[in-house]
Design a protein around this ligand. Structure first.
Ligand code: T3D
Length: 218
């Protein structure tokens, strides 16, 4: 099994981070597998992407065992491993939905926040874990969280390291919708399917030709 699996349903590609025994913490293999999955997402026939995690976690950021075993230059590792995938998400010309099924911590939180919207299971949690281990919110965390929450709330949260429940995250506007855990897959597929079927050019053509639009999702 790859560390990030893909599955296709029509125009929707689902990417599942797949190291459930460590709540989908990033190691080198998972960075590579996610890069490959995001490349697949670039295919023009994919019109919406769902990013989720296997098991009870979404993604808890850097695998701290790997971090301990090879400390070295953190900045270099971020630029090599994390930044390309964060940028790849942002460069996709299609919506990316984070289906947050469990804990999103550290760089896992940053990556959830790099997505266009977040749907969460009621059991999900959001943990700005960086401060607890002496790091700044990397992998785009300081950029995306600030834009989602505003500077003051983002600063207070990131410096507190406080775990936020799904309900709190929704109240703050970090999450669009919270659903019962077992319905997250279904609801994410539904939202992704709706987004995938939305118009690109046909709306203008229909207006100019004074007829009803026939949206086909292409
Ligand atoms: O150089 C660089 O690469 C720098 C890059 C940094 C980017 C970052 O992401 S830094 C932030 C790294 N992440 C963390 O600090 C989060 C650490 N995890 C936690 O705080 C907790 O696991 C959670 C609050 C997220 C969830 O808690 P809980 O109680 O639901 O689960 P748990 O029991 O702590 O974890 C379950 C298992 O996953 C456990 O293993 P075990 O005991 O069953 O064998 C735990 O050790 C493992 N695990 C959780 N997080 C990580 C991890 N293993 C490795 N790395 C982790 N980040």
């Amino acid at each position: 099994m790859a560390e990030a699996e893909t599955s296709r349903d029509g125009a929707v590609l689902t990417i599942t981070l797949n190291r459930p025994e460590v709540l989908n913490a990033f190691n080198a293999a998972m960075h590579e597998a996610l890069a490959a999955a995001l490349k697949e997402a670039g295919d023009p026939s994919v019109r919406a992407v769902v990013l989720t995690g296997a098991g009870r976690g979404f993604c808890v950021g850097q695998d701290l065992t790997e971090f301990r075993d090879s400390p070295g230059d953190i900045g270099r590792r971020l630029r090599k491993n994390y930044h390309p995938n964060v940028l790849a998400i942002r460069r996709l010309e299609k919506p990316v939905i984070a289906a947050v099924n469990g804990a999103a911590a550290g760089a896992g939180l940053s990556i959830a926040c790099a997505c266009d919207i977040r749907l969460a299971a009621d059991s999900a949690s959001f943990v700005p874990a960086f401060i607890n281990i002496g790091l700044i919110p990397d992998s785009g965390g300081s950029y995306f969280v600030t834009r989602l929450l505003g500077y003051a709330r983002a600063f207070e949260w990131m410096t507190s390291g406080r775990k936020l429940s799904a309900a709190e995250a929704q109240a703050w506007g970090l999450v669009s919708e919270v659903v019962e855990g077992e319905t997250l897959v279904e609801r994410s597929a539904e939202v992704a399917g709706q987004l995938a079927a939305m118009p690109t050019r046909e709306g203008v053509a229909a207006f100019l030709e004074k007829r009803e639009p026939r949206f086909t999702g292409s």
